[in-house]
Structures are given as C-alpha cells and as structure tokens.
Design a protein around this ligand. Structure first.
Ligand code: NAI
Length: 334
C-alpha cells in the first residue's frame, strides 16, 4: 500500500518508518503541506496521511477522489481542517488518532502556565548573564486557585488530575459530564459562571462551528479581572483580536498559547530568517505576560509512538475493512 505523507518532518518519518517495518505499507514523505497547489503529488498513491494544518478542503478532497484515493488518514486527533460533508459525499473515509498520550498535552498545559506564572523563561536568561535580581519575577501559588477546564475529554481529564494535585479548586464545563472528573472533586458549571469564577481558564474542547471564538469579547467581559487564559486545544477557539484588547486593558492577566488561529502560516517551520507578515501574531509576542509555543503539546516520545502505531493500524484496517469505530470520523448528514 502506497501512502503519501504530507507535512512530514524528520520525526514523523522516523516514527512511521520504525513502526511500519514488516507491514505492506510503503510511505513517501512530502515536507510540504497538502493544499490545492500540492495535491497533485498524491496522484498514484492509495491513501494520504495528513496533520493538523493540511488543507483538506472540498476541492482538495475532490482531486484526491479523482486519483482514486478513498482513505484520508490523519495522524492527529482534531479534524477541523477536513470538509467532512464533502468526504462523505465522495465516499471517502477519514481516520484519526483519537487519543495519544493525553498527558503529553496536559503536561504541556502546566508547563506553559508555570512558565507564565513563575517566569522561568526570563529567570533562565537572567541567570545565564549573572543577573540574580528577582525584580519582575513575582508569581502566585497555584494551590487554592480556582481553575476552569472547558472540555473534559481525554486531555481535559488529565489536566483535571494534575490541577487537583496542585490543590486547586476545579470548575469544569462540558456538555457530557465525566464521572471520573466528578470523583476527583471537580464540579460542572455553566460556561458563564465558570468564566466569572476562575483565576485560570484552560481550553480542551474541539474546534467546531459552535466553539469557534468561544473566547471572544463577551466571554472576556465575564472573566475575573486578571484571569489567565491557556489554550492548548485549537487556535480558532480564541478570538485573537479580542484577547489582544483584553491584554492591553489589563482585563486579562496573562495568556499562554500552544495554538493560534492563523498558525498554518507559521507553525512547524523555521521562519527565523523571514519577515513575519502576521501583525496580529507579532503584537501578541510583544506582551510580557504572553507565552507561546508552536503547537508542541503532542510532542513527546510516548505520543509520537502512539500516533505512528495507530496511524499504521488505521491504514491496514481500512484495507481489511476492520477500522475501529473510535478511529473513524462518523459524519452526520448535512
Ligand atoms: P476529546 O474528544 O476526548 O474531548 C473533547 C471534549 O470536549 C469532549 O468531552 C466534548 O464533550 C467536549 N466538548 C465539545 N464541545 C464542547 C463545548 N462547546 N464546551 C465544552 N466542552 C465541549 O478530545 P481530547 O483528546 O481531549 O482533545 C481535546 C482537543 O485538544 C482536541 O480537539 C484538539 O483540538 C486538541 N489537541 C491539541 C494538541 C496539541 O498538540 N496542542 C494535541 C492533541 C489534541
């Protein structure tokens, strides 16, 4: 089986090749993202394998279908970049990796928060230059703070476990309540009351038409003055211009991001020698109370192993007609 892997970095190649030994899968790796301009590269393959920022729009899916490609395999959990209805119309199957070491993203969420709060990124650079002043490094204890978790699926639950260990009070919001979350002592709240009660708010729900710009001007208005917002889920959950306004007015006390709504133009590439054209992103970088990483929440040995093995199983299972239901995206009719 010939599989075209798009947006392939050296680590994708290493993990996929390692776990595909002794299988009938032959991977071809393309560093470029899948897009209307690059889709021609998929001609002659049996399946494509894509990541979070590959373009799986209606037009791209149609071209893939014209090449006879009926299986779009995602090596990620989120699928907001796929025109699902179009895939259903074309008879294409979309598979994904629904869970890969949820702790990888959960632990990164805490890494971001602790960096933002205790300013370890600034302290590290200061100490390197023999500057041992503590001026400007003041943080606060997480213990006793009220933390809001929006989305308590696999990652949200792992985040709840970690914050519970820090001695935080936990308020959660999710249309589906988890027994495990309730047993940890957390409480479910309507979104509005969660927003107004929390010192820290962390987003772990998927990006859907309903959650697009979940954090906008009106949501920020309801937040506690000085609250901290963390987004390690999908950039589109946050209206970036609204948070910039809230950072400028000091309504928001800090912002930690691993994802950004226009990240497909930036993340996963070394642009250190380029002039960045995204002025909104550049403005975000100017705030002393903003910490951003480039979508690396998933980037651990454990998660990459899980991604590679599940991806390979999905490819083989599609061929034998035995895809695990939880790995296939069920598409409701329009
Ligand atoms: P999951 O599917 O296990 O959980 C998502 C939860 O969000 C579900 O419990 C669902 O009921 C809930 N939800 C849906 N709509 C909601 C709403 N309007 N308000 C509140 N909750 C809502 O997904 P998982 O594995 O926990 O991943 C969560 C998200 O994390 C993914 O959708 C993806 O966008 C992101 N992610 C980020 C990564 C990174 O590297 N930064 C890596 C992997 C996932």
């Amino acid at each position: 089986m010939k599989v075209a892997v798009f947006s392939a970095k050296s680590y994708d190649q290493w993990f996929l090749q390692k776990h595909a030994i002794d299988t009938a899968i032959e991977f071809t790796f393309f560093e470029t993202a899948l897009s209307p301009e690059t889709v021609a590269l998929a001609d002659g393959f049996d399946a494509v394998n894509c990541f979070v920022n590959d373009n799986l729009s209606k037009a791209v899916l149609k071209t893939l279908k014209s090449f006879g490609i009926l299986h779009i395999s995602l090596r990620c959990a989120g699928f907001n970049n796929v025109a699902l209805q179009q895939a259903a119309k074309l008879g294409q199957t979309i598979t994904r990796v629904p869970a890969y070491a949820p702790e990888s993203v959960a632990e990164h969420t805490l890494a971001l928060l602790l960096t933002l709060n205790r300013k370890t990124h600034k302290a590290y650079n200061r100490v390197k230059e023999n500057n041992f002043s503590l001026q400007g490094l003041l943080g606060f204890n997480l213990s006793g703070k009220t933390v809001g978790i929006i989305g308590t699926g696999k990652i949200g639950q792992a985040v709840v476990r970690i914050f519970a260990g820090f001695g935080c009070k936990l308020l959660c919001h999710d249309p589906i309540q988890s027994e495990i979350v309730l047993q940890s002592g957390a409480r479910y709240e309507p979104l509005q009351s969660l927003l107004s009660a929390c010192d820290i708010i962390s987003l772990h729900c998927p990006l859907t038409p309903e959650t697009q710009h979940l954090i906008n001007d009106s949501a920020i208005e309801k937040m506690k003055p000085g609250a901290i917002l963390i987004n390690t889920s999908r950039g589109g959950l946050v209206d970036t211009k609204a948070v910039i306004g809230a950072l400028k007015s000091k309504k928001l006390g800090g912002l930690a991001l691993d994802v950004y709504e226009m990240e497909s133009e930036l993340f996963f590439n070394d642009l250190s020698g380029e002039i960045i054209q995204d002025d909104v992103f550049q403005r975000l970088l100017t705030f002393p109370n903003v910490v951003i990483t480039g979508h690396q929440g998933f980037f651990t040995e454990e998660a990459l192993t899980e991604i590679a093995t599940t991806t390979i199983n999905n490819l083989l299972d599609f061929n034998s007609g035995t895809i695990k239901p939880e790995n296939q995206i069920a598409i409701a009719p329009d």
